[in-house]
Design a protein around this ligand. Structure first.
Ligand code: FPP
Length: 239
């Protein structure tokens, strides 16, 4: 069992899956009088480092929100820069000991990026810890796609387990903890189905300023919470 660095918390199977909404790259760059793309570049490095850190402390599943279905509304120069960055990272900048998977509507991405995604998924498929990178991802679109998949199979009735299995994250446990950086208090169409009982952690820290110590703070907060999943604590049941 692994132990987080700065606070010595043992990560156990209560925290199998951590998800990040990586917000604040643009503001981080602006504070330095730099273009937004500079913030995304630093954000990608931080993603790389935290990916390694989460793996090192024993977190088996990590999911990050890299590009939403709504992010196409940004100026073309910014969208192009993010796509280039993703290509670069998928090509050679990712930790080599994690299983990389891209979730989202991959077919709408540039050809070159699609190829890099297929390559990295193939190359990393035998690693144990999973890192899902959400690109051109929206949770409502994911759920709609799942329903259409089930309808195409001729289903007349579906169970929660069927829907779960038809999602991009079908073989992952639900996220135990969702961390959003950048100060906003919302979920922004991320893992809506999967987040039913996730613990939410919001921090004002901008994504490029995230560090292992700040992840540890989120983990410590997670372990201080009581998760009842709609039930009662053991002690409460005795009353
Ligand atoms: C949100 O910050 C961030 C994004 C829309 C892009 C996130 C992309 C990366 C961190 C690069 C990912 C790279 C890999 C390899 C996964 P924002 O631009 O909305 O910031 P703001 O709220 O300050 O404007």
């Amino acid at each position: 069992m692994a132990v987080s660095k700065s606070i010595k918390i043992t990560v156990d199977n209560r925290l199998r899956h951590i998800a990040f909404i990586m917000d604040g790259n643009g503001r981080w760059a602006k504070k330095r009088n730099m273009p937004r793309e500079y913030g995304h570049k630093k954000g990608a490095q931080v993603f790389h480092d935290l990916c390694e850190y989460c793996n090192e402390i024993g977190i088996k599943y990590m999911t990050v929100y890299a590009f939403s279905t709504e992010n196409w509304k940004r100026p073309k120069t910014e969208v192009d820069a993010i796509m280039r960055l993703l290509e670069e990272y998928l090509d050679r900048e990712l930790p080599d000991n994690v299983k990389i998977r891209v979730i989202g509507d991959v077919n709408a991405l540039p050809e070159k990026l699609i190829k890099k995604i297929r390559d990295v998924e193939e190359r990393s498929k035998n690693n144990e810890s999973v890192v899902n990178i959400a690109i051109n991802y929206g949770s409502r679109a994911e759920i709609t796609t799942a329903f259409n998949k089930l309808l195409a199979e001729g289903r007349k009735n579906v169970t929660e387990a069927d829907i779960n299995a038809a999602l991009y994250t079908g073989d992952c446990p639900d996220p135990d903890l969702i961390v959003r950086t950048g100060g906003d208090l919302r979920i922004s169409n991320f893992l809506l189905w999967q987040a039913a009982y996730s613990e939410l952690y919001f921090t004002d820290t901008l994504w490029p300023d995230m560090t292992p110590e700040k992840v540890d703070a989120a983990i410590a907060d997670f372990y201080s919470r009581k998760r009842r999943f709609g039930g009662l604590d053991k002690n409460e049941k005795k009353d």
